[in-house]
Design a binder for this molecule. Structure first.
Ligand code: AMP
Ligand code: GLY
Length: 447
């Protein structure tokens, strides 16, 4: 079997790792990849968003399956183009990917189908937006409707800050992504990422994960693409997951099918679990989460590839397809470059002590890394490495992930030392070792 993974982040490295685990004999390619993916796959040159180049590479290498990591190529129609060439691809069509690429589209779909979400209004006119803000309670969330690589959402403490953000976005600070924006009600609660693999009709949920969006410990500072994640998450009880399945995932899949844009691939529901325990959608994504995928794949047993392949080949997932529970706990700590998220500085030399990678329970997934001709490893992007530790419980996994992150050095490195802190607070409260409580929710969450 020959598989091409499109993308070059730690999510793609983790996908390759999981595919290799399922099919050690498979020949793997990654476009464009990074220094880490080169250990498992042949990196192909080019850009993930160059649809023609990716399609040509898939044909030239005669691949049996393409797995698309990031949203941008999907929003640009990569899956449609590959399907037109009869190349099996795991990832939604351009029309279905609008659930991520247009927040206005996603919001309208949710409203129409009764999917719980924050109230929002859409604006393209500055004057109207500013007038609307005058009557809006604080805090308030301003969101660019289009894809903005994680920079399109600002949670504003005050109306005055929101007005500045609206003014900047409509003046083009995010290019065309911000020419249309949403002013959204602020939701209180705890975030949860629920990912479901779907063939357009049936679906199976992966064990949920929790991301850490802010750059600083204790959730301080600006939002990032994600500074760490863990899996499993004990707030994801079987009851909550049943609600998420019936109130969020299932209606979204039905709604897309009903408008002639059936969704195949992985549907990511970014949820806020409100203080009363009810879920509300913060966003949908049309792909695996990054860094959620690193923690989820490391925590779950093998078996992803057959399902991905079936969906990519246009088959139905057999009734009762499940990924099962997280069999272990995984914690991912992201190491980011100096200046990330605003102005990451590249070029610093990275040192990974051999004992970190030699430990079977620590997986160092690469993101923005590059191998220089002299063999040295250097920083080549904002998020650099996703250090994932696997253990019997979150406390041990979190400690190992943090220790391994600490041992890896490069100039200006930034990382959070508190990944999983909410879960650790809960397990302290419950008493560590209360495995039944900790893993509840993972048992019957899949459908
Ligand atoms: P998004 O790109 O839509 O996931 O938004 C990025 C982050 O902003 C989310 O993960 C939340 O932390 C935060 N956020 C977005 N929308 C809201 C909201 N309505 N209320 C509170 N926080 C939000
Ligand atoms: N970690 C958030 C995302 O993948 O969108």
């Amino acid at each position: 079997m020959r598989i091409l993974v499109v993308g070059g982040g730690a999510r793609e490295h983790a996908l390759l790792w999981a595919l290799h685990r399922d099919a050690p004999e498979a020949t793997l390619f990654c476009l464009p990849g990074n220094a880490g993916t080169a250990q498992l796959a042949t990196n192909l040159p080019g850009s993930a968003t160059d649809i023609e180049a990716v399609t040509a590479a898939a044909k030239e290498r005669a691949v049996d399956l393409v797995v698309v990591g990031p949203e941008a190529p999907l929003a640009a129609g990569l899956a449609d183009r590959l399907r037109a060439e009869q190349i099996p691809v795991f990832g939604p069509s351009r029309a279905a990917a609008r659930i991520e690429s247009s927040k206005r589209f996603a919001k309208a779909l949710m409203l129409e189908h009764g999917i719980p979400t924050a109230h929002a209004e859409v604006f393209t006119d500055r004057q109207r937006a500013l007038q609307y803000l005058d009557r809006h309670p604080e805090p308030v969330v301003v969101k660019a409707s289009g894809l903005a690589a994680g920079k399109g959402v600002v949670v504003c403490e005050t109306r005055s800050q929101a007005k500045d953000v609206v003014t900047a976005m409509l003046a083009g600070s995010l290019g065309s992504a911000g020419s249309e924006l949403l002013i959204e009600e602020y939701l209180e609660g705890e975030e949860l990422s629920v990912l479901a693999v779907t063939d357009g009709e049936h679906f199976a949920m992966l064990p949920p994960a929790q991301d850490h969006k802010r750059i600083g410990d204790g959730d301080t500072g600006p939002n990032t693409g994600g500074m760490g994640a863990y899996c499993p998450v004990s707030i994801a009880t079987p009851e909550l997951l049943r609600r998420v399945a019936s109130e969020v995932i299932e209606p979204a899949i039905r709604a897309l099918a009903a408008i002639g844009a059936p969704y195949t691939g992985v549907l990511y529901a970014g949820l806020m679990i409100r203080p009363d325990g009810t879920p509300a959608v913060v966003e949908f994504n049309c792909r695996f989460g990054d860094p959620e995928a690193q923690a989820i794949l490391a925590a779950t047993p093998p078996g992803l590839l057959p399902v991905l392949r079936m969906v990519a080949e246009g088959g139905w997932m057999p009734t009762g397809t499940r990924f099962g529970a997280a069999s272990r706990a995984a914690v991912t700590t992201v190491l980011a470059a100096e200046g990330y998220p605003n102005a990451p500085r590249t070029g610093a030399r990275i040192s990974i002590p051999p004992q970190v990678e030699a430990s079977g329970d620590v997986l160092v997934f690469h993101a923005g890394t590059r191998r220089e001709p002299d063999g040295s490893l250097v920083v080549a992007g904002g998020r650099v490495l996703a250090v994932t530790a696997v253990a019997g419980d979150i406390a041990v996994a979190a400690a190992r992930s943090r220790e391994a992150a600490e041992a890896i050095t490069f100039e200006g490195r930034q990382f959070r030392r508190d990944i999983g802190y909410r879960e650790l607070g809960r397990s302290r409260h419950l008493g560590i070792g209360d495995r039944e409580q900790r893993t509840s929710g993972q048992e019957s969450g899949d459908r």
